[in-house]
Design a protein around this ligand. Structure first.
Ligand SMILES: Nc1ncnc2c1ncn2[C@@H]1O[C@H](COP(=O)(O)OP(=O)(O)O)[C@@H](O)[C@H]1O
Ligand SMILES: [Mg+2]
Length: 259
């Protein structure tokens, strides 16, 4: 069973500004943890740091997956260990179709897990897995032949990300504002897609500013993130309280809630 342990984690920008100032979090398979906080509080910084983005420096603490520190590993090795990050702002990759991107991502993971030997997924098996996941996530077939995220709507980008997640079957998924820019139907489809994957094989960290997505993915734990720290923790009821009362009561002196 997957176990992600974040221990007294500090993250700084390249200029040395500390954004994440010591957080502790343990995520097990089957659990959904919501991290909620005002804009600009450092939620994306935390997500990028977990994935090993070079613009974010771990200035203290540790991150372990199943007892092994991820810090010495690059982003690709972290993905091979079973960490998955869905970006708040997915980038476009002109010239690479959705279909070939998904197949390359799967094959890269299979190669790493086979100890570096090529072990490409047989095409019929790929087509079958893909078709099942696409139907479930209501991804139109015509998207497969288009260039990744090139001119995609917000909803299309998020669906493709969850599709990628469904195919890669990560142990711990980090979803950064997966709800942003989605209309209610897309939100429900994407949220249901995530909920279906959470179980004995996968745990999730759902990062969000609004409580909305949590109506469809019930969190087991809610952590309020402000000023670089968790300032309140609770269950799903805390998210509902935040929705009605806002973040102000949780903000440290002198820190504004952001836009
Ligand atoms: N790559 C970066 N370069 C410069 N500043 C950054 C970078 N990433 C984040 N920041 C700054 O760090 C703070 C936290 O940003 P972010 O993690 O995006 O917050 P959130 O996701 O909670 O809205 C902001 O002040 C933001 O401007
Ligand atoms: Mg963000």
């Amino acid at each position: 069973m997957a176990l992600l342990e974040i221990k007294d984690l500090h993250v700084a920008l390249n200029d040395g500004t500390e954004i994440v100032k010591g957080i502790d979090l343990t995520v097990r398979a089957g659990e959904v943890h919501a991290i909620m906080g005002p804009n600009g509080s450092g939620k994306s910084t935390l997500a990028y740091a977990l994935m090993g983005h070079p613009s974010y420096e771990i200035s203290g603490g540790d991150v372990l997956l199943d007892g092994e520190s991820l810090l010495p590993l690059g982003a690709d090795e972290r993905a091979q260990r079973g960490l998955f990050l869905a970006f708040q702002y997915p980038y476009a990759v002109p010239g690479v179709t959705v279909s070939s991107f998904l197949r390359s991502a799967m094959n890269a993971l299979r190669k790493a897990r086979a100890g570096g030997t090529d072990d490409p997924i047989p095409i019929p098996e790929f087509r079958k897995d893909l078709a099942a996941a696409m139907e479930h996530l209501k991804v139109p077939r015509e998207l497969l032949g288009r260039y990744l995220n090139d001119g995609f709507s917000g909803g299309e980008k998020k669906r493709i990300e969850i599709l990628q997640m469904a195919l890669l079957r990560p142990q711990i998924a980090v979803l950064d504002e997966t709800d942003s820019g989605l209309d209610i139907d897309a939100l429900k489809t994407v949220a249901d897609g995530i909920s279906d994957l959470v179980g004995p094989e996968m745990g999730a960290i759902v990062i969000t500013h609004y409580q909305r997505i949590l109506n469809y993915i019930r969190p087991d734990f809610v952590h309020v993130f402000a000023g670089g720290r968790f300032v309140a923790e609770g269950d799903a009821e805390l998210a509902e309280k935040l929705e009605s009362e806002g973040y102000d009561a949780y903000l440290p002196e002198g820190i504004s809630g952001g836009a």
